[in-house]
Design a protein around this ligand. Structure first.
Ligand code: CA
Length: 228
């Protein structure tokens, strides 16, 4: 059974989410507080996707996200944000979330997002070719890992997908739309801005100087290029 953590302190929203997840074939692991969510993740290491509400009684959802990411770069994280919390989306993505869903959301939208993230994190379809080497980077597509100068760079599933796309198309300008379509899927409901936020975070992880990126360069008014 595919497990999804649902962290939401409002019981009516939580039940709504849980019912719809069950209908879509997921097993929902529920938590009402940040501490409870972290405990559930320790108890259920096979949880592949976590839905995190932001306003919680003990700590905010960003803190939960940060703590999860401190030990787990593989799990998919979706923040549940209120419509007015525009900044929250950005903050959430910068703390390591892969996606966000704005309340109120439809069950179809939520499960589409979870399905998409699950496909990326599940690693169900293993590929035969194992490595792409572009010094100083080495991408292992079997383990879904990236090394820079022999040092492992911890990536979220979304960051990994972006790097993989870049390394498969070195020196090619990729439009933000193309990156969004390839990484998030054509049925994605979100905005182009999510591409920029993830690129910003990736630069912090892989560039020697994120202010003056040389690996991921900006193609003004268009998108990005893997600078090889
Ligand atoms: Ca709440």
């Amino acid at each position: 059974m595919k497990k999804v953590l649902v962290l939401e302190d409002e019981s009516n929203i939580r039940s709504f989410v849980v019912i719809n997840l069950k209908r879509a074939g997921y097993e929902a692991i529920e938590a009402e507080t940040g501490e409870e969510a972290l405990a559930q993740l320790r108890r259920n290491p096979d949880i592949k996707v976590a839905l995190l509400d932001i306003m919680l009684p003990d700590m905010d959802g960003f803190e939960v996200c940060r703590r999860i990411r401190a030990s787990d770069s593989q799990i998919g994280i979706i923040m549940l944000t209120a419509r007015t919390q525009e900044m929250d989306k950005i903050t959430g993505l910068m703390t390591g979330a892969d996606d966000y869903v704005t309340k109120p959301f439809s069950p179809a939208e939520l499960t589409a997002r979870i399905d998409a993230l699950y496909r990326r994190t599940g690693g169900g379809e293993k590929e035969s070719s194992a490595e792409i080497s572009q010094p100083p980077f080495l991408l292992n597509t079997r383990n879904q890992t990236l090394e820079k100068n022999g040092q492992r760079v911890k990536l979220t599933p979304v960051e990994y997908s972006i790097i993989k796309l870049f390394m498969e198309k070195p020196g090619q300008a990729l439009s933000r739309e193309e990156i969004l379509d390839t990484v998030w899927g054509r049925d994605y409901f979100g905005e182009l801005k999510i591409v920029d936020v993830n690129i910003r975070r990736l630069r912090i992880k892989i560039e020697d100087n994120p202010q003056k990126p040389v690996y991921i360069t900006t193609v003004w008014g268009y998108g990005y290029k893997w600078g090889f």
